[in-house]
Design a protein around this ligand. Structure first.
Ligand SMILES: [Zn+2]
Ligand SMILES: [Zn+2]
Length: 467
């Protein structure tokens, strides 16, 4: 595959790429393309290849020259004459390129010696104070020559990706200010491109090494004034979060954060739990949900709850509606969010509720979830049995006078089952419970009516049937 990539002088269709690779190294595999695709994804994308569009590959060395971006200089960088290699050049040159091999030049083509220096930092982490080292180019004389001051930035043009060759131009703060409108538009375009890549990704993450060069590559074509550095753009964007390797949805919490949150008992701050106060009108409105068992849609209840009421209130009425225990087991809510224009959804964790009305999601008000009719929540009762319910918002309306909320206003037509003890004796009564002890022994569900329950073995484990 390396050989094919090295020979590419233009973008190439995916199919042609496959056949060239197979021509050089024939494969006996059942689906040889799948093998190439995996290798492409794990070994080559973001390193030596990028997708120009869904069906076209382009070598990074051809794609990236001409990409321009801004590096905002910190006060420390201006004062000391430094330019930190990381994160300024992250994903803009090969990952393993040593700092001393970078090549910087002025716009007249004259070289700027890079003079790498190692800068030590003390960082406070949860493991205590640690020393970390960063490499910076020492450009003091060049900063002086151009009289760079606080607030000024550098405009960087990528000349050669493989060799780490860049052109630097000083950008005084007032010039940047003059181009503010264009910069904002470019920043938005870059952010949107990154977000679209995330929405289109099979999993709920995209790798920075692929997504970031791809986004700049598409911006390059517009030939507009350079956008800010991608890291600043990602940090400002409220839809996304940068983990150091991947871009994820902003409402994602790492397993590690989650563990710390659980230990400290502090509610996590997700965008959904960051509530702004509701207006009187928003708090009054009635949200009408059709709540159904996820795996058996024919068992449903219609539930009305007011905007100002909380997920703890919702949990309580759901436990009543589906005959779940009010005194035992955790439950939790998720919001289903559509990914782009697709029919794929992702689940945004809103948090848990414990049977005593506490938990991170307990205080979240229904109206603060910004739901529209057609939107869906997922409710899980009992994290052991994992009983899932689908809560689809049917309508938002005004409250009825003298009604008290939340309330259950409808349900499926029950399909009653007969008591088997009575049936054996020639009577027809409605069963209300199933005996799991007997059912287990006899390999059939033993259903019992109220009268037969009283006569049944007290030690047996009975559960109410949901109709
Ligand atoms: Zn009976
Ligand atoms: Zn029994």
């Amino acid at each position: 595959m390396k050989q094919v990539i090295a020979q590419m002088t233009d973008p190439m269709g995916l199919e042609e790429f496959y056949s060239r690779v197979l021509a050089l190294s024939p494969s006996q595999a059942k689906n040889p393309k799948a093998g190439i695709r995996d290798s492409l994804r794990f070994d080559f994308l973001g390193k030596s290849l990028l997708f120009l569009d869904k069906q076209t590959l382009i070598p990074v060395r051809l794609a990236m020259p001409g990409v321009r971006f801004r590096v905002s200089l910190s006060r420390q960088e201006i004062n000391k004459g430094w330019l930190f290699v990381f994160p300024a050049f992250q994903f803009m040159a090969p990952n393993d390129l040593p700092a001393e091999e970078f090549w910087l030049e002025e716009d007249n083509g004259r070289s700027i010696p890079v003079n790498p220096v190692t800068v030590k930092f003390k960082v406070k982490t949860i493991f205590g104070v640690q020393d970390i080292e960063h490499t910076a180019f020492d450009l003091m004389w060049w900063y002086k020559k151009h009289a760079l001051r606080r607030g000024d930035s550098l405009l960087v043009t990528l000349l050669d990706w493989e060799k780490g060759r860049f052109r630097l131009e000083p950008e005084p703060a007032r010039i940047r200010q003059r181009h503010n409108t264009e910069i904002q538009a470019q920043n938005q375009a870059l952010a949107d491109h990154l977000f679209q890549q995330l929405e289109a990704a099979p999993y709920e993450e995209v790798w920075g090494k692929i997504a970031i060069p791809t986004a700049y590559l598409h911006l390059k074509a517009s030939n507009a004034y350079p956008a800010d550095h991608w890291l600043e753009i990602l940090e400002r964007d409220r839809r996304m979060e940068w983990t150091g390797y991947e871009i994820r949805y902003a409402d994602w919490t790492s397993p590690f954060e989650r563990m710390l949150g659980d230990l400290s008992g502090e509610p996590k701050q997700t965008p959904s739990s960051r509530q702004k106060p509701l207006s009187k009108q928003e708090a009054r409105q009635v949200y009408c949900f059709k709540a159904a068992l996820w795996l058996n849609k024919s068992l449903w209840r219609r539930i009305e709850i007011q905007g100002g009421q909380t997920l703890a209130d919702f949990d309580d009425i759901l436990r009543t509606a589906f005959q779940h225990d009010h005194m035992d087991h955790l439950s939790g809510f998720w919001k289903l969010a559509r990914r782009g224009q697709s029919r794929r959804f992702r689940e945004v964790d809103l948090g848990n509720i414990n049977p005593f009305g506490g938990g991170e999601a307990a205080e979240i008000q229904v109206a603060s979830l910004s739901l529209n009719p057609g939107d869906t929540l997922k409710y899980v009762y009992d994290f052991g049995d994992w009983i899932q319910h689908r809560l689809e918002l049917e309508a938002i309306g005004e409250p009825e006078e003298n009604a008290s909320y939340p309330r259950i206003t409808g349900q499926n037509k029950p399909r009653y089952q007969d008591c088997q003890v009575c049936k054996n004796e020639g009577r027809k009564t409605i069963a209300t419970c199933v005996c799991y002890t007997c059912s287990g022994e006899e390999q059939i569900d033993l259903l019992l009516c109220e009268t037969c329950i009283e006569a049944h073995d007290e030690d047996h484990y009975l559960e109410q049937i949901l109709y």
